[in-house]
Write a new protein. Structure first.
Lengths: 127, 127, 127, 127, 127, 127, 127, 127
């Protein structure tokens, strides 16, 4: 995150695949054409889950960013896996998602509203 | 589930709190009035998560039912916890949610479209 | 707990040794006289920890009751063990202990102020 | 610890937040003003627990220092978490706390009375 | 197993789906026709793995029977899962499979050549 | 144990194979003659370890009895496994074995000198 | 793998012992002549399993390559251990093994048909 | 080990405290005089167990060397802990200890008779 670098924090950030089209296409790109949308999605999600699992396993903490645009059940899944693996979790979500995220927020270590606040939590680790 | 009983399966079903109003109100009902919506939600979700955790811990398998009405991040969280705990998981979701649920579906043991199909999977255990 | 029985909850309650004198004396009572207070305490706590471990292992949930009288580091230890083992934990503590218990309360599933409230949480499991 | 450095031990020490005022204020500092003391404490402890969890996860051993001044239930919680995670634990406590800490001391790997003694235990690892 | 009953052992036996045709067809039977053999196999194996996982989780010990007819990679997978979960494992295999099964046999608790011998091991538990 | 029954404790006791000759012969008895003493011992110990694992998995606590007669490395192994599995462990050993058993005793929950004392610890669970 | 190096991926690859004759002979080579084929196999597989366990423990992900030549129960065992340890697993298998590998494939993270495809999955981690 | 260095293996070896007198005296050396032999042994073993735990936690594999001189219940305990933690274990023991060590040997990954053979197993990891 740019904000973290600006503050001089020496952290490495890795992300789930954020290029949405690549994320959806990667299954057929590697495994070849699939017989319909369901199978295309299954092939893509297998590879995206593989990628996320490899990266999360190496992470010391996890930040989950929720917004209004998508249903983000994959974000909820990855955030929950962080909780269950004991990897400290920060959730970032706008005020209007408080109600919808209340159970996940209750299990997260810290919930904030802005990326700036999340960076402040990271900064605090070394204070 | 009625369908399971009709087929003579001797299974006990327990559920997350499905009475929506009670689920939202339980925090203030037990802990007293809270200073605003955020705190009301936090109090309620603490008690709902406590309840779900107690019940899931005793379950041999978990069925997660997704629909169009809510964002259901709590369902995604509970389903992921089942996966992480090694409790076999069936996801039920309508066809139009295939894309949104693809990553969670990839990690579930079985994904079906109807309650009837989920009951058939349960039946198969004893065949 | 009497309150739980009055409400018709079919729960079995087990407790750490609450007879304070027996708890302090049990080491010498079984192992014979020890060479000083430190050794008397070590012998007693070994046996009390053995007892608590056996009982907690069989528990589906744990309730930790904090008050003003003792330092209760053993209660904090047993409550933390419940958290670490994934056993759902309710903390009961009076208002004046909010500040001192804030970190443990943050990790507990639910924190309440009275035994009556804890019983309401237990009741809610079956609602 | 200065004593460890003086002896030439090449160990890195990290600590829970020891600046007491910052530790209490960090919640409101990051998340904004909270509606009362309870909520201020909850916000602060969430962030302090996040910080301690990140640091302890990286630690090879844990030293818990008990004194007379505070109730230190958070210290007891962190020490117990070290035990439950299998991270070797040294407790440092003055003689007058022997009785109050007897159960936690029984579960710790080693209990000593002075920082100097704890450093001697660390030194012994490389002997 | 008939031999165990004849000896009066009070054990309950559950099995992977041994009706081969049902095992292969169960995916399409529940989920509807699939677009080709690969998808038919994937659907069937998801449900068979669900079934085996539910049953093995309840088992106190596991017996894996290897023969010449099939490649039995699923048997090797289920046997390995038993090992990794700490469920005591007996492998039954004919002499001519010694070489092919040597690594799995090395990790199993006991390897025998006949069902009769496996039953003798079960009998020995109560001797 | 007779002493536990005399006191009216409703506990079930299971044991490692205590009939020494049967324990040594069971490998060849089930698997047939082995090519020498080493192989006879390996065959027997596989089956004895299988038996002990099944029984210990079902135990709520473990009692290890050390004496002067044998080297009892298997007892030390089974006692350590109990510790590592979090099963509360009582060690019974005569005074003259204090020095040889000091490290294992340090990790056990409780160490006593007589069967009578161990039974008193068991009695205390229900007091 | 040559393909991964050609693409500039900075990964270290370690393998089970692929020199088949050495793999079969290593037991007698280190432990001396064994009394027959069964004992020769047992000695060799103990050392090969030791080697594979050491190497897999250090791996961030696991790739299992199945072919027509051998029964490869050891490959199935090692692949399953990767799954059970939460190490992301890619299976490579030719089309004609789809049916025989369907249960293991269902539990793997990703299944592909060629080494080239597996390398593409590895590449995708850093995209 | 000198043999491993002679062969050019780049391994770091750490050991339990092998200076027997220091090992016995370390408790009183750090904690001061204890009231009798039992308490002296308890103090020493706490610190020795702390040391061994720290070192073993960092080890990738464990080698346990048994001989005729001592009862070595601590060696059996440490070796069993390696097994239970999934750290690959080599046991070295002379022929005359085969019978006494048969159960532990059955659970170890590899058992050899000489240090030279153990080094050959280590060498094989990189072959």
């Amino acid at each position: 995150m740019k904000q973290a670098k600006d503050k001089g924090l020496s952290l490495d950030f890795v992300y789930p695949q954020t290029e949405h089209d690549l994320s959806d296409a990667i299954g057929e790109q590697i495994l070849g054409e699939q017989p319909g949308d369901y199978y295309r999605d299954e092939a893509a999600s297998a590879i995206n889950n593989f990628r996320t699992t490899v990266l999360m396993e190496k992470a010391d903490m996890v930040i989950a960013l929720f917004g209004d645009q998508y249903r983000q059940w994959n974000t909820a899944m990855d955030a929950t896996t962080a909780i269950n693996k004991g990897k400290p979790l920060i959730i970032i979500r706008p005020k209007n998602l408080i109600h919808a995220l209340k159970e996940l927020s209750n299990k997260a270590n810290v919930t904030v509203e802005t990326v700036e606040q999340a960076v402040q939590v990271l900064e605090y680790i070394n204070q």
